[in-house]
Design a protein around this ligand. Structure first.
Ligand SMILES: [Zn+2]
Length: 164
């Protein structure tokens, strides 16, 4: 054993690997869990409500078979929209469940790029954020630079500098 450093404490120098769940402070863990579970409850009740609406609508549409063609196709479109909405909400629900799993694994709420904790405020607004504010801004700036660069050089022929 090396005697140069204090024996039982390891230096927290593993910045690139996301810290393990055990290191996350318990109150943050609980807060994040509460945020995700609130979202989950909201989504679940919205999905259930929508499904109930669609069922009621389509059963009344079927019972009422004197609808003319125009009316029934409008009902179909409406039904398609409702199903698309349900699908979107169901996908959000999946993401919430994934986030809850990651929270239990101790990988949720940490920046994908730098490993720093993503602020609770940010996660409250964007529960599926995978980067901290700084890294996200840096990424957006890089994307913007790339966009401006590709505008200035729209085709590969411009890689040659003709002005020389
Ligand atoms: Zn970061």
């Amino acid at each position: 054993m090396k005697a140069t450093t204090t024996p039982k404490t390891e230096k927290p120098d593993k910045a690139e690997a996301p810290p393990r769940g055990a290191l996350m402070n318990q109150s943050r863990h609980d807060d994040l869990k509460r945020i995700l579970e609130e979202r989950k409850r909201e989504m679940l009740s919205e999905v259930q409500e929508k499904i109930r609406d669609v069922r009621t609508e389509s059963s009344t549409a079927k019972a009422n078979d004197v609808l003319d063609a125009g009316e029934s196709s409008e009902a179909d479109i409406q039904e398609d929209i409702e199903f698309a909405l349900i699908q979107m909400k169901a996908e959000t629900l999946n993401k919430i469940n994934e986030a809850l799993t990651r929270l239990e694994e101790g990988t949720y709420g940490y920046c994908f790029e730098c490993g720093a904790e993503i602020s609770e405020r940010r996660l409250r607004a964007l529960p599926f954020a995978v980067r901290c504010k700084d890294c996200e801004e840096a990424r957006e700036m890089a994307a913007e630079r790339a966009r401006l660069h590709s505008q200035r050089h729209p085709s590969s022929s411009l890689f040659f500098d003709f002005s020389r």
